[in-house]
Design a protein around this ligand. Structure first.
Ligand code: RNT
Ligand code: ZN
Length: 421
């Protein structure tokens, strides 16, 4: 598309939105200030670099597919991340998992990792990223092979994982300190039973106790924020998940931690867009794992579907974006991984833009007057307003490819780099 055409389309769109009382310039400015935390694990199918060549993924999550070009080393992963970020408008964050440590070829067990093992990531990220987030890795490890970690019946194994959690919070703090903004360190454990348990209480009591130990050391919240993520079920853990939604909602509220809402961790008709407003009333802040479940927690690439748009709108409507951390969480190994990142990130931003372009005050007024007919008429009308022209203009103004142009770049990268791996 020609630059002048993008501008022309934008001017027309600007007028159409203005007729609804919406200022597109303001929307664009706000969008530019929202960082999305891009998950490192889409680049190598959640393998990590603890061992040469990555680890066997375990813990009830699965990456399926064997598309060529997976990042085999930290250097390759970084190159792929840089490529993806060059196609996404705005300045963003990187979400790292503990198993992506830079151990310089020497195995370091999870309870012994230190900030120094992530220093090369921090140094590398400083120029490019707005900040970084962190995750303890409670899967793909011999001590998680029983399907239990922080709630394991064995005290020694629980202690090992408590130490891992504490080590990770310290790494989060080192990251946050050096970037000048807090890293969110998100705790997710796979602990679950394949079949019906007899005792549902004891594992939850153990998890609560272990979490309290993980969070015991005081860490400056300006450097590190603690989040906890629930789940409904995992592969091989279908009947009972220790860290259920109720468990973590209660835990986060009582300990004033961040709650993580993962879009794939609820019953199929349950959506996280509906939960945002409630969680923000009772938790200090919120972390999102934007994902896409297809029939189950399948971690498909985030597309611009109804739920993603609902999430974008809810976040904007809440007026509390400053208390929300947006991260992506999916891993599709069956398509080009750089494209998978780019699509998900661009779609998340599109959803936020759609939210920012909504005449929320007008809709609220109609609702207060109980004019539900006009509310619905307006919802429908808004769907076809030319937000895409605003998006194109935004991409152009940020110096990233407009429309499908970004995919040409990825194709070239695949031919020049990925296909040679
Ligand atoms: C698993 C959780 C968790 C992981 C990442 C890799 O179901 O969603 O967030 O996907 O930690
Ligand atoms: Zn998640």
């Amino acid at each position: 598309m020609k630059k002048t055409d993008i501008e022309k389309a934008y001017r027309l769109a600007q007028e159409q939105f203005a007729a609804f009382g919406v200022n597109t310039e303001k929307a664009i400015k706000k969008l530019a200030r929202i960082p999305i935390s891009m998950h490192c694990w889409q680049g190598d199918d959640v393998g990590g670099y603890e061992h040469v060549g990555g680890s066997e993924l375990s813990g009830g999550i699965q990456a399926t597919g064997n598309y060529p070009g997976k990042a085999r080393t930290i250097a390759e992963l970084r190159a792929d991340i840089v490529k993806a970020l060059s196609l996404i408008p705005g300045k963003h964050r990187l979400n790292l998992h503990a198993c992506y440590l830079d151990n310089k070829g020497k195995f370091i067990d999870r309870n012994e990792i230190q900030p120094k093992h992530f220093q090369s990531w921090i140094d590398w990220g400083k120029g490019t990223l707005q900040g970084m987030d962190f995750n303890p890795t409670y899967f793909s490890h011999p001590k998680s092979a029983d399907g239990f970690t922080l709630s394991h019946p064995d005290k020694g194994i629980r202690q090992f994982w408590v130490e891992h959690g504490i080590a990770c919070r310290k790494i989060g703090a080192a990251i946050g300190k050096q970037f000048g903004n807090a890293a969110v360190t998100n705790v997710w454990v796979p602990d679950s039973y394949k079949d019906i348990p007899a005792d549902r209480t004891a594992p939850r009591e153990r998890l609560m106790d272990s979490l309290d130990k993980v969070f015991e050391p005081k860490i400056n919240p300006a450097h590190n924020l603690d989040a906890v993520e629930s789940k409904l079920f995992g592969i091989g853990g279908e009947s009972y998940t220790v860290g259920s939604h109720e468990f973590y909602m209660g835990y986060a509220v009582s300990r004033q931690k961040l709650l993580t809402l993962d879009a794939g961790h609820y019953h199929p008709t349950e959506v996280i867009s509906e939960k945002i407003s409630s969680v923000l009333m009772f938790c200090p802040e919120l972390l999102l794992h934007v994902s896409r479940p297809v029939r189950w927690d399948s971690d498909h690439v985030v597309i611009l579907d109804d739920e993603l748009q609902a999430i974008g709108k809810e976040l904007v409507r809440s007026g509390k974006l400053d208390r929300v951390h947006i991260g992506l969480d999916y891993f599709d190994a069956s398509i080009n991984r750089v494209a998978a990142w780019t699509m998900g990130m661009r779609n998340m931003l599109k959803a936020l833009l759609i939210g920012l372009l909504e005449p929320f005050d007008t809709l609220k007024k109609l609702e207060q007057k109980m004019d539900y007919t006009q509310r619905l008429v307006m919802f429908e009308e808004l769907k076809t307003l030319p937000w895409a022209a605003v998006w194109d203009y935004y991409c152009m103004s940020k110096g990233v490819p407009v429309g499908m142009e970004w995919f040409r770049d990825v194709q070239k990268y695949e031919a020049d780099v990925l296909s040679k791996r």
